[in-house]
Write a protein that binds this ligand. Structure first.
Ligand SMILES: Cc1cc2nc3c(=O)[nH]c(=O)nc-3n(C[C@H](O)[C@H](O)[C@H](O)COP(=O)(O)OP(=O)(O)OC[C@H]3O[C@@H](n4cnc5c(N)ncnc54)[C@H](O)[C@@H]3O)c2cc1C
Length: 312
């Protein structure tokens, strides 16, 4: 049941009155994630301006759970769905402005699009984003990274609207963002509207090298990571080790299954959801892998993906 009951209906009605045509009730949510499992959200609101978030903050009481949805590439939604309000950034937040040594991208911008636009404009530094299927907002919240680089090394500031306050936006410094290993100081009530990154201009005849870097990264990904429905690495790597090594080489869990969910044969830190899989299958497998690794190695893996709508 995605809605906590009729008691929240007046909130959604009021939100719809203030943001006409932008609120969908009991709307599919799990289907918007890359795992493609999980139930509906009580309400999904699409915002088109920073001021819309002030309306959301003023209309939705603080006891209603919030979730900002990016591209859903790091999210597991429970089969029962999510009882709160989901905020989706509309197309107005998908712009990329390329300066000489900095690039500002809207929170909804897809990371591969950002990487490609930078390369096409002769700006180096954000190529690693081409292989990460998230949004700029999701990358800031998760401090996304790969191929030896992560967001904290390239970001210089972000505009964040705070739904835990009045929904108004201000610039956050890198120190305030508190970026750590696949984590940040941002919570469910903070919405990244845009982020600014440092880039390095290259001479016009060197842009082909930037494009070649992107091709190499994409090829490396297709050789080393599975396609299909997954959410990338499920567990954070423990200090000095790799979660995939513990899961596969130490515990032999490659291919382990729960219903329609399986530990990927190609990359043991990925969990695949087959056609017909449920969120309970995925969650059950995450728990089983974590418990087995803990029993056999004494190391309790941290879950990197964000789980929403589950009891715990
Ligand atoms: C095939 C595959 C490969 C991947 N490889 C990598 C990798 O190499 N490195 C890596 O770091 N990650 C990787 N990921 C995980 C994922 O792409 C990143 O974590 C990405 O940053 C998530 O962005 P998103 O927009 O999809 O966020 P979502 O999954 O939509 O949300 C993730 C979290 O970010 C929050 N969030 C989303 N948008 C905003 C916003 N605008 N403001 C505030 N909070 C927001 C959500 O509320 C949620 O808590 C991979 C995923 C897949 C499927």
């Amino acid at each position: 049941m995605a809605d906590a009951g009729v008691s929240r209906a007046p909130i959604w009605t009021e939100l719809d009155r203030r943001l006409p045509g932008r609120v969908r009730r009991d709307a599919p949510l799990g289907a918007l994630t890359t795992w493609r499992v999980g139930g509906p959200a009580a309400a999904i609101v699409q915002v088109e301006t920073a001021a819309d978030l002030e309306v959301v903050a003023a209309t939705v009481p603080p006891d209603v759970e919030r979730l900002v949805l990016g591209r859903g590439s790091n999210l597991l939604v429970a089969d029962a769905g999510f009882e709160g309000v989901v905020i989706v950034l509309g197309s107005a937040f998908g712009t990329v402005e390329v300066g000489d040594r900095s690039v500002t991208a809207g929170g909804a911008t897809a990371l591969p699009v950002l990487a490609r636009q930078c390369a096409a404009s002769g700006r180096a530094g954000l190529g690693f984003y081409v292989g990460i299927p998230g949004s700029v907002g999701g990358a800031v919240r998760m401090n996304a990274g790969g191929h030896g680089r992560e967001t904290v090394e390239v970001i210089t500031a972000a505009t964040v609207a705070d739904l835990d306050q009045d929904g108004s936006a201000r610039r956050w410094t890198v120190a305030e963002l508190g970026l750590g290993y696949r984590t940040s100081a941002l919570g469910p009530g903070q919405v990244v509207l845009d982020a600014t990154f440092a880039v390095t201009p290259v001479p016009a005849d060197a842009t082909e090298e930037l494009r070649a870097e992107l091709r190499e990264i994409v090829q490396w990904r297709s050789e080393h990571q599975p396609g299909g429905a997954n959410a990338g690495s499920v567990f954070r790597n423990p200090s000095g080790d790799a979660a995939a090594r513990l899961i596969d080489e130490v515990c032999g869990l490659r291919g382990m299954r729960r219903g329609g969910a399986a530990v990927s044969e190609k990359h043991a830190n990925f969990i695949q959801a087959d056609e017909g899989a449920t969120a309970a299958d995925v969650r059950g497998l995450i728990d089983a892998v974590r418990d087995t690794v803990a029993e056999r190695t004494g190391i309790r893996l941290d879950v990197e993906v964000h789980c929403v709508g589950f009891e715990d």
